[in-house]
Design a protein around this ligand. Structure first.
Ligand SMILES: NC(=O)c1ccc[n+]([C@@H]2O[C@H](COP(=O)([O-])OP(=O)(O)OC[C@H]3O[C@@H](n4cnc5c(N)ncnc54)[C@H](O)[C@@H]3O)[C@@H](O)[C@H]2O)c1
Ligand SMILES: [Zn+2]
Length: 362
């Protein structure tokens, strides 16, 4: 078993990674200071695949196990679903000594985590992420939350889990497009902080996409270490944590313009990373070798790198409406070289000129 420690003083926790780890759920959770009352929150797709094993192992170690099955889909990541979770917890006689397990991808994890953060002002929760994206990204770092009609992830809390249990074997039932979505975030980690890891990906990406055991375990562990490192340095996103948004500003615009139904989040981020590397080149912060390397690796992974055909105005308007932007413009994460990025404020005019020239938008 490999372990990454997220070091946040009294809120520190471990991320355990191993093939077949779902079988050890009971043993691992029983080492935590949690009481016997526990609710597994999962969804309709994951329940038939992995609920039984987790439930059986927990019962075997003496837990009193409840189950909440949510509908599947980002469209259910809202306050209605959270209210339903609260109501079910109340019906199960949950109190502040009970805890929650999130068994699923980022959607389940974000909602189960937010419910845990707010129910009785906070009860313990454990993440068992089942998509590559949730294993390398959303289950680590303690961001929880839901969407509002006005935008994604607008309501939430920073709330750390007590433990993250990663079983890479569950990725075998994941759709290939979902796997690639996770790969996009993995590539992002190389670009923002670790040139050596990026080189490893250049050499081993085919093995990763084929889910070779050793390769995927190494990739998950390294990605979790990078995210854990960033989180411990900047838990509340005042500085370095914003580097994780590399490729995301343009990526979000792509998601919004295509109504969230043409690309997975990871695909939109891949497009966003390719675009921002070209803009970084245009502003002379980086050179063409770096953007070419990034684009080549994305393409080798089967990820898209071309902006969908919307007008320059559509892109700029969408980015300027982003609720998370600054007053004077947009704080963008730009590339200096593979393994090094930085934050810079760009006005709408600067962005417009660059996107027109470097990305041929009309
Ligand atoms: N909290 C954070 O820091 C953070 C970071 C990144 C993304 N997110 C959030 O994560 C969400 C996206 O997460 P996601 O990409 O995991 O999507 P997801 O949770 O929607 O999962 C994708 C699909 O795969 C299915 N699935 C999950 N595991 C499976 C498995 N092992 N086998 C077969 N099918 C499986 C799911 O039911 C779903 O249909 C978004 O809501 C995003 O906002 C949060
Ligand atoms: Zn992302």
């Amino acid at each position: 078993m490999q372990t990454v420690k997220v070091d946040l003083k009294d809120r520190s926790y471990n991320i355990h990674i191993e093939n077949g780890l779902l079988n050890k759920t009971g043993d691992l959770i029983s080492t935590l200071p949690v009481r016997k009352n526990i609710a597994i929150i999962t969804n309709k797709t994951i329940a038939p695949l992995y609920l039984d094993i987790v439930k059986t192992k927990l019962k075997k170690t003496g837990f009193n196990v409840h189950v909440i099955i949510l509908p599947d889909g980002e469209e259910h990541k809202n306050l209605n679903t959270i209210t339903n979770i609260y109501n079910e917890l109340i019906m199960m006689d949950f109190d502040r000594n009970s805890s929650i397990i999130a068994l699923g991808g980022g959607v389940v994890g974000d909602m189960a985590g937010f419910a845990a953060a707010t129910f009785f002002r906070g009860i313990p929760y454990i993440q068992i992420p089942t998509t590559l994206l949730s294993q390398v990204d959303s289950s680590v770092g303690g961001k929880t939350g839901v969407n509002l009609p006005g935008g994604k992830n607008l309501v939430g809390a920073f709330y750390q889990p007590k433990l993250v249990i990663i079983d890479p074997e569950v990725l075998k039932t994941l759709q290939i497009t979902e796997l690639r979505a996770g790969i996009a975030e993995v590539i992002k980690y190389g670009v923002i902080l670790n040139n050596e890891f990026f080189k490893y990906l250049e050499l081993n990406i085919d093995q990763a996409v084929k889910l070779d055991d050793e390769t995927i375990a190494y990739i998950i562990k390294t990605s979790c270490s990078i995210k854990a490192d960033i989180t411990t340095q900047d838990e509340k996103e005042k500085g370095i944590r914003s580097f994780l948004n590399f490729g995301h500003t343009i990526g979000h615009a792509v998601e919004t313009l295509t109504n969230y139904n043409e690309f997975t989040h990871g695909e939109a981020v891949a497009i966003g990373m390719a675009a921002i590397s070209k803009l970084s080149e245009f502003w002379r912060f980086t050179d063409i070798e770096n953007s070419n390397r990034l684009i080549a690796l994305l393409q080798k992974s089967g990820l898209p790198t071309e902006l969908p055909a919307f007008s320059l105005n559509d892109y700029i308007d969408t980015m300027m409406k982003d609720k998370k932007r600054a007053e004077a413009g947009i704080n963008m994460v730009l590339m200096k070289q593979i393994g090094e990025v930085f934050l810079k404020l760009k006005t709408a005019d600067e962005l417009s000129l660059a996107m027109q020239t470097a990305l041929n938008l009309k």
